[in-house]
Design a protein around this ligand. Structure first.
Ligand SMILES: Cc1ncc(COP(=O)(O)O)c(C=O)c1O
Length: 379
């Protein structure tokens, strides 16, 4: 029997008069985690010497809890500031010989593609972008990516849940297709809290953000490294833990830095547990389906038929012809924010522009109904 869980906007400090429909971009931090961060900062500023002496132990406690939340081996789990840093550290680790290729898809996050481009430029390698249709099923995804892999491939970077298209990729099957010969870097930026045990599909590297769906403080992400790469994987900042043989500890100490978000992050995980997260996530999937239907009806557009959509994000087509330029998209978002009091994001893919809706524990159907009423007046 499915229990109906009430929306809990009271657990957040979000402006109540605003429609917050884009959790997927920057998340939102529950009040309790914010309060814990404030207490920790007060402690740090009361005696910085004592605070910094306590940081290593506190980070160990936090890492163990976050690794437990992911269901991964803590010995292969390091803290990083964000998924961008996780992907960059992975690219810095794998051999990328001159003349080789890094394969990614047309769903890849722009900054991740830039990271691949930077490493390829420096090493005399090149990137190969594989086109995957929006409505591709898992078999098509695996067959299309597999066809692009050859003896020149130095690595595959693949989204676990894509940003532009909110689509779930079949990671385990792609890892199998790489057969242990081609290193696989999984961009799981959206995966924590949306997928169970997201880092356990056998990839060489997996990175994911706690500051998205688990609602942790911004600047909190994880990097999971397969055993064979653990000695070689280095943090982006060289600091005192440079020669630490243990991967997690090597990433802990990043010089004089604000460690409060990493230490406070488990509080958000505890909030999710109290929100009965697995059950709530199922309920939010139903909510986002309904919200997307309401909006598409009001706009007179459609919802792409994505074979494996992310649990809590949906695309709704906008009544534009072609892809909005970044300037046009920004202008729609700013006008929606100012004139409609709605925080939304737009994505462009394959010649079409979409709004990407999110649902988190503070949202209710009313939010999408109000957006459906207001948005047609803006477009
Ligand atoms: C798929 C994907 N990869 C990477 C990132 C980058 O995450 P961050 O800004 O935390 O580095 C994002 C951010 O939205 C994303 O959606």
């Amino acid at each position: 029997m499915v229990t109906l869980l009430n929306p809990r906007p009271d657990l957040w400090t979000l402006e109540p008069e605003v429609l917050h429909l884009n959790h997927g971009s920057y998340g939102a931090v529950p009040r309790r985690t914010q309060e814990l961060m404030a207490r920790l900062r007060t402690e740090a500023d009361a005696n910085p010497m004592v605070w910094f002496r306590s940081v290593a132990d506190r980070l160990t406690t936090s890492r163990l809890e976050l690794a437990g939340f992911l269901g991964t081996d803590p010995a292969g789990f390091a803290l990083v500031p964000n998924a961008s840093a996780g992907v960059t550290a992975a690219l810095a680790t794998i051999p990328i010989p001159a003349g080789s290729r890094i394969v990614l898809t047309n769903h890849a996050y722009g900054a991740v593609r830039y990271a691949a481009e930077r490493f390829c430029r420096a090493r005399g390698a090149e990137i190969v972008v594989v086109d995957i249709p929006l409505e591709a099923d898992d078999d098509t995804v695996v067959a299309t990516i597999s066809a692009a892999l050859d003896e020149r491939t130095a690595g595959l970077i693949v989204d676990q849940i894509s940003s532009a298209t909110a689509m779930v990729f079949p990671i385990r099957r792609l890892v199998e297709a790489c057969g242990g010969r081609i290193p696989v870097i999984v961009d799981g930026a959206h995966a924590p809290a949306l997928l169970d045990a997201p880092a356990e599909d056998g990839a060489d590297f997996w990175t994911g953000n706690f500051h998205k769906w688990p609602a942790a403080p911004r600047g909190t992400a994880g990097l999971v490294v397969a055993e064979k790469w653990r000695t070689a994987t280095m943090p982006l900042i060289v600091s005192w833990s440079e020669y630490d043989e243990r991967l997690p500890e090597r990433f802990d100490m990043q010089g004089t830095y604000d460690y409060v978000p990493w230490i406070a992050a488990p509080e958000s995980v505890r909030v999710l547990a109290e929100l009965q997260w697995p059950e709530r996530r199922t309920q939010l999937s139903g909510l986002i389906d309904e919200g997307a239907r309401v909006l598409a009806k009001a706009l007179g557009t459609g919802i792409p038929d994505i074979a494996s959509p992310a649990a809590t994000m949906r695309l709704v087509e906008l009544p534009f012809s072609g892809v909005a330029t970044p300037g046009e998209a920004e202008s729609v978002k700013i006008r929606a924010s100012r004139e409609l009091k709605a925080e939304i994001t737009l994505t462009g893919f394959d010649g079409r522009t979409y709004i990407r809706l999110s649902a988190h524990a503070y949202n209710s159907l009313h939010d999408y109904e109000v957006l459906a009423e207001r948005l047609p007046t803006l477009l």
